[in-house]
Design a protein around this ligand. Structure first.
Ligand SMILES: Nc1ncnc2c1ncn2[C@@H]1O[C@H](COP(=O)(O)OP(=O)(O)OP(=O)(O)O)[C@@H](O)[C@H]1O
Ligand SMILES: [Mg+2]
Length: 457
């Protein structure tokens, strides 16, 4: 397979010429098919996998141009090189306007043809590769990959659906590891900007002097080390989305500059005299309470309102226990695939531990736990012993201490416990009621009540 160089179809009505071309291509190691006319050529493309068609433009049964036009309608359209007599180059150009890759004029040296074929196939491989990678990225970051069946996550999905295809500025909030970047990418890859760039800037990771030139770019000579012009991420993101992560860490002089960019939709690189206009969608994220920073003056109010047009709040994992097991199996499959292992599920006692834990590091922590378990696991199924000790040792205590730390009322604690038991029983209300020592009607009534409260909230 690795030495497969591609399949070329030679369409030529002149038998001697056809033979010559077919043999030269076969000598170079290509798979070669041939046809004596346009109709036969189209038929072959329908029947076989063909990467490239080398076709004469003037043939008795079907004009080469019509063939190019027809090939274009087929699935997996092959690349086309046309061969044309000197003096009818304008037809070859028409063919290129229809999507042909190249043309050569008769008479030609066989090497000339071989070079053109090689170029066309390489170009095609590159295109296929880009297309495949694009699809892979889209698959990976599409919002189908965000797992969650809790009410809270369903609301997040609904919000994503509503704002993805609009240019509206979005602020994503949530504790560390709740999936803020995942949601930002999903917004981008399900928007009309999906073929444009997604540029992520972590405002906390870049020192503030650097951050300015990274974001806004500079002209050569703007400062000592500016040896050449540099575009800056805001300009680079044009046509796409810029993701300003940890926006709460943005130093105040950059807050002022960013505000101007949001208002004017243009950027002035350091040392430049004229601003550059940009067409960028802004998504930012923070795990800090920006509202609190407004009061203390650490974050500009006007900037906050510009960024916070729509807010997507990601709830901590401990507040959505229904999501723990679905997430765990999703992450398990991903981790197993990466490790070249088979995912064989999670043993019930290990699942119970996952459900009982508080997950201060949220989904990222769960991801790490699963990855570690996959690495340690002796068999396909994750066992209790594959989980880190701190998870196993104090699960019951964690539920209570978590509740008291968060100052839950007894009713709130009861609700959490009920939801958890229900999740542990995989949604089976009869079994959950039994375990809780409730009759089924009471359980139903309580669950209805929770649903109503959520809807009112
Ligand atoms: N709902 C989800 N479904 C599937 N995977 C998720 C989900 N939420 C988070 N993840 C995964 O968890 C990890 C952490 O998510 P992400 O980096 O988006 O979080 P974050 O909120 O940006 O965290 P931080 O504040 O630490 O930067 C990623 O690998 C992400 O793919
Ligand atoms: Mg992040």
């Amino acid at each position: 397979m690795s030495d497969y160089k591609g399949t070329v179809l030679v369409v030529e009505d002149d038998a001697a010429m056809r033979e010559l071309v077919v043999e030269s291509l076969a000598d170079e190691g290509y798979e070669v098919l041939s046809a004596g006319g346009g109709r036969e050529g189209v038929k072959k493309v329908r029947q076989h996998h063909v990467d490239l068609v080398v076709t004469d433009l003037r043939m008795p049964d079907m004009e080469g141009l019509d063939m190019v036009r027809e090939l274009r309608t087929l699935e997996g359209t092959p690349a086309v090189i046309t061969v044309t007599a000197f003096g009818s180059v304008d037809t070859a150009i028409k063919a290129m306007k229809l999507g042909a890759f190249d043309y050569i004029t008769k008479p030609f040296e066989i090497d000339q043809l071989l070079i053109a074929v090689d170029r066309a196939l390489r170009d095609r491989q590159l295109h296929d590769e880009v297309k495949r990678l694009r699809e892979e990225v889209r698959d990976r970051y599409g919002w189908g990959n965000i797992i969650g069946r809790s009410q809270a996550m369903n609301e997040v999905f609904e919000l994503i659906r509503r704002v993805a295809d609009s240019p509206v500025t979005v602020l994503i909030t949530g504790e560390s590891g709740t999936g803020k970047e995942l949601v930002a990418r999903a917004l981008h890859y399900s928007s009309y900007r999906k073929d444009g760039p997604f540029v992520a800037v972590n405002c906390a990771a870049i020192p503030s002097q650097l951050l300015e030139s990274e974001l806004f770019g500079y002209k050569r000579g703007a400062f000592t080390d500016a040896h050449a012009d540099r575009k800056g991420m805001l300009v680079e993101a044009s046509g796409g989305t810029i993701f300003l992560d940890e926006i709460g860490e943005l130093p105040s002089h950059l807050q002022a500059k960013l505000l101007r960019v949001l208002q004017e939709r243009e950027v002035k690189p350091l040392g430049a005299t004229k601003p550059v206009s940009i067409d960028v969608r802004f998504i930012s994220a923070t795990n800090r309470a920006l509202e609190e920073m407004l009061g203390s003056g650490d974050f500009r109010q006007d900037l906050y309102y510009r960024l916070n047009v729509v807010q997507i709040g990601l709830p901590p994992l401990r507040d959505r226990p229904d999501d723990i097991l679905p997430l765990a199996s999703h992450l398990l499959e991903r981790a197993a695939e990466r490790a070249g292992k088979t995912a064989g599920g999670i043993a019930p006692d290990a699942a119970k531990v996952l459900l009982a834990y508080q997950w201060p590091g949220n989904v990222r922590e769960l991801e790490n736990v699963i990855e570690r378990a996959v690495a340690l696991s002796q068999n396909e199924r994750i066992q209790l012993g594959d989980l880190p000790r701190q998870l196993v040792e104090r699960p019951a205590e964690d539920l209570l201490s978590g509740a008291s730390a968060r100052r839950l009322t007894l009713a709130e604690l009861e609700q959490q416990y009920i939801v958890r038991v229900l999740a542990e029983e995989e949604g089976n209300k009869t079994r959950a009621a039994q375990r809780l020592g409730l009759d089924r009607k009471t359980l139903y009534r309580k669950l209805d009540e929770y649903k109503r409260q959520e809807q009112d909230a």
